[in-house]
Design a protein around this ligand. Sequence first.
Ligand SMILES: [Zn+2]
Length: 490
Amino acid sequence: MKIIIGGIAHETNTFSNVKTDEESFRLWGWELGEEIVAQNRKVRNFIGGMIDRAEELKIDIIPTFSTFAYPAGIITAATYASLINELISQINKAEGYDAIVLSLHGAGVSECSEDLEGSILKEVRSVVGYDIPIIITLDLHANMTKTMVEEATLILGNHLYPHTDSYEIGREAVEYAQKIVEDGLQPTMHLTTLPMIIPTSTTNLSPANDVNHLCYNWESDDHVIDCTFYHAFPYTNISELGVAVLATTINDPNLAKQAADEVAAYVWEQRDNFLIKHPSPKEGIALAIQHEGLPVVINETSDNPGGGTPGDGTYLLKALLDEQAEKSCFGFIYDPEVVDLAFKAGVGSWIVVELGGKTDELHGDSIPLTAYIKSLTDGKFVQSSPMGRGAHVNLGRSVRLQCNNVDIIVCSVKAQTLDEQIFLLHGIDVATYKIVGLKSSQHFRAGFEPISSKIITVDSPGLTTLDFTSFDYTNLNTEVYPLQQVKASS
Ligand SMILES: [Zn+2]
């Protein structure tokens, strides 16, 4: 048996003023052919799982095209054309394959389409037809559409947030590809969507954790292949936005509908419980200081580059500097200009800079700072978080500054903080710090829950704030809970 593997992944925050172009895909990974295998074998991501399982099952792999860009604004039309061209031309070169297994995201939006993944699937179908099974993996934050369900043979998605299960799902995708090809397995999917959005909700806690248990109950039925609660990506101004449940059975449409509807009904019942009010940065710091034990991790959920924000927001960092709390560190803020100045000045010198707050008006003002340069690094390390462990990360040249009792790491590439590696790279042992500030919504939990005494989530204005009332959802074609402003303008 022979399978094609590949992937195109992007989570698009349509409220961002930073468009996603080909350069940003190339920055994060634009792999062709065997390079995909070399870069992802044994890495705990979707494609790593696909490769490892295929090799174990002696399934031949035809690696085609795999790319990923960090979440940001809408994908330009020219970029979309390049992505499709690269994938389709690689598929056209392939011969003798029995199935296609792709790692997509589910919340991509391009200037050509609100539904990036539905469009990719249609393009692939237009060249391979409907006799070849197409199995796709999706992120838990997918905005599920009917088109995806119609065009894919089987869809498998993350159950966990932090997404520590991507590798296992990649493996499962290959196992099902084999069952479909060799045993004639017929997956039947049913999608139930709900007119509601939820703030980022870790599945480590209720209510998302309770929903997962309902899904697991259904999955314990021998006729159910999969039951997944998709949280959707709420920072998207599209017509059909909302959480969804996708249930898949072995050729039993009624059972699939029953499972999806039952889980969706429970999610709807729980809708108020997803809305949690979080403290401001200043309030969060006060709570951290009161807490006995260390370290207290404070995550700035409103500027989470993993959700398409600038990563140079200053609300939490400014509050830490104002507080001058003993033993605080912040890792990290994106500001390539400041990094450049620090490299020119050198370790052991002082610089006067305006830090952060440069991408837009939403994430706080630049901070005027006179800081000591403690260390300079290349920003490269290997990810240790259970999510994506083994991946090679390159945050570009980076610097550790010191000011007002705060150790501040500044990087040249924007990203959310998933584990302590960027701190270790700069000689910071987070276990000895009282407060550890970072930018992430939930993924950091996989790396930091085991080593932190307490976690406090703080919210402020930003492109991933948990306060949805700050966004203009002008394209919705139906009322969506909990938004007040609902009517489409067109
Ligand atoms: Zn996600």
